[in-house]
Design a protein around this ligand. Structure first.
Ligand code: PDD
Length: 287
């Protein structure tokens, strides 16, 4: 089946989905994006993702391309046309097309494009074995809370991870504390069984999955704290994992050359993954 993309109000074959060469996203990375998980044909945490999209747009003073209701209708239509049961919707809004010049253009209309694709679920063995992360210097700007399409440091970090046989790279600030992954949030479980993740300041993207996990942890009465943690602390943690709309909760069993726990997914991470999957299929699903 051929894929369909959404480009500024039109559903077009993926192979013909094009924007102008002077789109400011293309020339200046002047835009923002969201990735929304689709499970069983239904979007997960759709409203929080759209709220974060609005926030990112407002922070960069990019006009909203359409009402939330209209956007939700177009997202549904895209999922339907692509027959996605399990996958994701990618959406990107830029400041629009204008003659190349750094200041905001006067009359540009924001551009919006969306694509959808299927994703395969990790096998139980893959989850049980967990993934490796490497640690790298965080070289990003001071507004990592904005989900900007300017992702060059993230791209370089992820490539470095791949070249080192790792799933993700954890970025580390000047104090030796982990900020987050290149496309996921970072978590550890201390030897005392406390769940730790960095507070949502400008240093990280406040993951929608992160917020849902915190909500679930709170409900389950788990001990948790939002505070920065160092690379050393992570390496001596009982468990570690990453979270994102597409990785859900993915156990981490190796950080650089250090094996975490017994080298298998930790029980708290596995439990949180299961409860997140239940949440995604129930409460988090938006019909
Ligand atoms: N990335 N931190 C960064 C830097 C991210 O890019 C992402 C998501 C997250 C997790 O956010 P959420 O739980 O809302 O997905 C944290 C998406 C999946 C991506 O770039 O593909």
């Amino acid at each position: 089946m051929s894929r369909i993309a959404y480009v500024n109000g039109r559903f077009v074959p993926h192979s013909h989905a094009e924007v102008h060469v002077e789109d400011r996203g293309y020339q200046f990375a002047d835009g923002v994006y969201e990735v929304v998980l689709v499970q069983n044909g239904v979007m997960v945490d759709e409203i929080p993702h759209l709220e974060r999209l609005d926030r990112s747009l407002d922070e960069l003073r990019i006009p909203h391309p359409m009402s939330r209701g209209a956007l939700r209708a177009q997202m549904r239509e895209l999922v339907r046309q692509n027959r996605i049961r399990n996958g994701l919707v990618y959406m990107q809004v830029t400041r629009g097309v204008a003659k190349r010049d750094h200041p905001f253009p006067k009359n540009a209309k924001p551009s919006i494009v969306m694509t959808a694709k299927r994703i395969a679920m990790a096998t139980p063995e893959a989850v049980e074995n967990g993934v490796k992360v490497i640690t790298i210097k965080d070289i990003r700007w001071e507004r990592c809370d904005i989900k900007s399409i300017a992702l060059l440091p993230n791209v370089l970090g992820k490539q470095q991870a791949r070249e080192n046989g790792a799933f993700e790279a954890w970025q580390v600030d000047e104090d030796g504390k982990v900020t987050e992954g290149t496309s996921s949030n970072a978590w550890i479980v201390t030897q005392d069984g406390e769940l730790v993740t960095r507070p949502a300041t400008n240093d990280i993207l406040n993951g929608i999955t992160r917020m849902s996990i915190l909500k679930l942890a709170d409900r389950q009465g788990l001990k948790f704290v939002e505070r920065p943690f160092s690379v050393e602390e992570a390496k001596s943690a009982r468990e570690a994992f990453v979270s994102s709309a597409t990785a859900f909760v993915t156990p981490v069993t190796q950080i650089d050359d250090t094996v975490i726990g017994n080298g298998k997914a930790g029980s708290l991470s596995r439990g949180l993954r299961d409860s997140y999957m239940d949440y995604a299929a129930g409460e988090g699903a938006t019909a």
